[in-house]
Design a protein around this ligand. Structure first.
Ligand code: 0O2
Length: 265
């Protein structure tokens, strides 16, 4: 039996997940900077462990020399979304990159065609081009895109599957199927109040940025303005902050900007 050099085999996959993680996280950062809603709630990545690769190779009767050609999820990226609609926006973002910094090999829609276990998620298998010390090469990576509810279910089910070595008792399987249904309904329900939720989140973000700007202005003015004026400013800020009125906070911040500008002159 051929001995596998796991460190050497896994290294390109570690590079792949590190690069993909940066790319997806930079989409989040870009949206934040532009002040637009980001369909990506969070991203995580992992390289499959040697033991897990051995299990899968054994299950699928893949010989050691075929592992890299036949196991497509050694490099795994998981993208979590708040709403089902966001999943399709992320898919479009990935499709736009097809042929550029990644090549889509296959798409598996376990949302429209959920697995008998109840598993829901959208998988995109890609070939990812890598520049390594030894030259150019491509490796497989699997991108799983799912909602937070789908992820919760899959994580719990995965642990139980592991605990029972794949043979989950019928009574628990039944309850898991019910949970999958509940997760599906939760996603549906969330979608119906999506606009309400995203507006609230946006407003919260605007308020947080505004309060940060105000606090920065107050801190700068503290060194140059009269103590009396600063006391007044502090009191007004506390009142406006407690009243939670974004428009009034905006006006207040504009006044502070003008004050700061005058002191600078
Ligand atoms: P791990 O530990 O997450 O890496 P197959 O065995 O043929 O059904 P294949 O060819 O690996 O599956 O592709 P598929 O079905 O797209 O599954 C790839 C990965 O999706 C799995 O990797 C899981 O992460 C996830 N997945 C698929 N089906 C289920 C499911 O019913 N429940 C849960 N919790 N996850 C699932 P691994 O290697 O199985 O596991």
């Amino acid at each position: 039996m051929e001995i596998i050099n796991w460190k050497e085999l896994l290294y390109p996959y570690e590079q792949t997940v590190a690069e993909l993680l940066i790319k997806f996280k930079s989409i989040q950062k870009e949206c934040k900077n532009l002040g637009v809603y980001c369909p990506i709630e969070s991203v995580s990545a992992r390289v499959k462990k040697a033991a897990s690769i051995m299990d899968k190779a054994g299950r699928k009767q893949i010989s050691p020399d075929r592992i890299e050609d036949e196991i497509e999820d050694i490099a795994g990226i998981r993208i979590m979304c708040q709403f089902v609609e966001d999943i399709y926006k992320v898919i479009d973002m990935i499709r736009i990159r097809n042929g550029k910094d990644m090549h889509i090999v296959e798409e598996r829609d376990y949302i429209k065609n959920k697995k008998p276990s109840g598993y829901q998620s959208y998988h995109i298998i890609i070939r990812y081009p890598l520049s390594t010390a030894l030259g150019y090469r491509e490796v497989f990576a699997e991108i799983q895109i799912r909602t937070l509810a789908m992820n919760f279910w899959a994580t719990v089910e995965h642990s139980l599957r592991y605990k029972y070595s794949g043979n989950i008792p019928d009574s628990i399987q039944k309850r898991l199927t019910n949970c999958a249904e509940a997760a599906f309904r939760l996603d549906q329900e969330m979608s119906t109040i999506r606009e309400e939720i995203t507006n609230a989140q946006r407003l919260n973000e605007i308020k947080q940025n505004l309060v940060n700007n105000i606090l920065e202005n107050i801190q700068n003015l503290f060194f140059v303005a009269k103590l009396d004026d600063m006391n007044k400013i502090n009191r007004e800020f506390i009142d406006l902050w407690s009243a939670n009125d974004v428009e009034k906070l905006k006006e207040f911040n504009e006044r502070l900007n003008i004050m700061a500008e005058l002191y600078r002159i």
